[in-house]
Write a protein that binds this ligand. Structure first.
Ligand code: PMV
Length: 351
């Protein structure tokens, strides 16, 4: 599978131009010695799958997710003379894949006044759960850089900065239901996240660990491989846009059945495009299927629960508070999240 080439000078220039368009005339001069920021992870109900521009992470289709409240990433940034990265209490090698990606992102923000950064990151999702994501990491980092340089950017602008680190990070710029608009512009200035004006206190998301083994193919690479080789991909963009419209209507009237059915169907359709890729990209493990079977059994027994999956074997469940006890009984290890509850923003000292 093609791993992609290092960033070309042209793509770097386009990414840097996107940052400049976001921050305007603002300076890259630190206004603090240390800043800390938090962003939640998110679970997509209509998935981002395919890019119309890989350098700017512009999506082929719009998507929508639900943010995971206290489950996300806390990031501390300090100006430094050389880069230093620390992830979950251990040094992150600058030449590891995650280190290189972080360095490449920080390259967009360096200046004579701040040539390098010390970045310390903690995921509040248990790392062993295999559910920690680049979405919360890049959204938290974008917020931290905003604080470091004293820019005070709007959530919309912050979501554009986060998107340059990881597409799905655009949606971690807000809580609740967050739509990431596809946009039409080549510079991506109309491709940002917008929070839906919907509160749904009874909605629950369950995170079901199937395996904590690191996945063999990351979502970036899996997406590219699927778009390039899957004969089923052609049907995806229009189907996803339709699902997004239906989800918007379902959320507006809090129609849980419609929301759950569409979210589950959307995830299955995304995996169908992957399975048809050549060679096939199959993230499901036997335990993934066992969870999906159990979900179907619960539904047949009258417990309304739906499943969604991202580029990995772990399953995320959607249900409502009234069914929480039954769902927990069926999945005793489930981590249950209340996305619309009020919460205290996690910090490094409280974590
Ligand atoms: O942000 P990325 O490049 O890791 O892509 C994430 C893609 C999916 O998680 C599979 C779907 C989504 O919309 O989150």
């Amino acid at each position: 599978m093609n791993r992609g080439s290092p960033m070309s000078a042209r793509n770097f220039a386009r990414r840097r131009a996107a940052v400049m368009a976001v921050v305007g005339r603002a300076r890259f001069r630190p206004v603090a010695e240390r800043v800390e920021a938090y962003a939640p992870a998110n679970i997509a109900l209509c998935k981002y799958w395919g890019k119309r521009d890989a350098a700017l992470n512009l999506p082929t289709n719009g998507s929508v997710s639900v943010s995971l409240a206290t489950h996300g990433t806390i990031t501390e940034v300090r100006p430094a003379s050389g880069d230093e990265f620390c992830l979950n209490g251990a040094p992150l090698a600058p030449d590891s894949p995650a280190g290189l990606r972080l360095k490449e992102y920080l390259d967009l923000f360096r200046s004579a006044e701040c040539p390098a950064f010390a970045v310390k990151t903690e995921n509040t999702i248990p790392t062993a759960a295999g559910l920690a994501s680049s979405a919360s990491a890049y959204a938290a980092l974008a917020r931290a850089l905003d604080a470091l340089f004293g820019w005070n950017l709007s959530p919309r602008r912050l979501s554009i900065l986060a998107r340059l680190g990881s597409g799905s990070a655009a949606r971690s710029a807000a809580d609740g239901f967050v739509e990431w608009r596809r946009g039409q512009r080549a510079d991506g200035m109309d491709s940002f996240a917008v929070r839906w004006p919907v509160e749904w206190p009874k909605l629950r998301i369950g995170l079901m660990l199937v395996t904590s083994e690191p996945k063999a193919v990351g979502s970036r690479e899996g997406m590219r491989h699927t778009v390039e080789t899957s004969p089923l991909y052609a049907a995806w963009p229009a189907a996803a846009e339709r699902d997004l419209r239906t989800l918007r209507a379902a959320a507006r009237v809090r129609d849980f059945t419609r929301l759950g059915e569409i979210a589950e169907a959307n995830a299955m359709a995304m995996h169908a495009t992957m399975i048809a890729a050549r060679p096939a990209l199959r993230y499901w493990r036997p335990a993934t299927l066992a969870v999906l079977d159990r979900v179907a059994e619960l539904r047949a027994a009258g417990v309304e629960v739906y499943a969604t999956l991202d580029a990995g074997p772990n399953v995320k469940l959607l249900f409502q508070a009234a069914d929480e006890a039954s769902v927990r009984f069926a999945f005793p290890e489930l981590l249950v999240v209340n996305p619309f509850g009020t919460y205290k923003i996690p910090s490094l000292t409280s974590f």
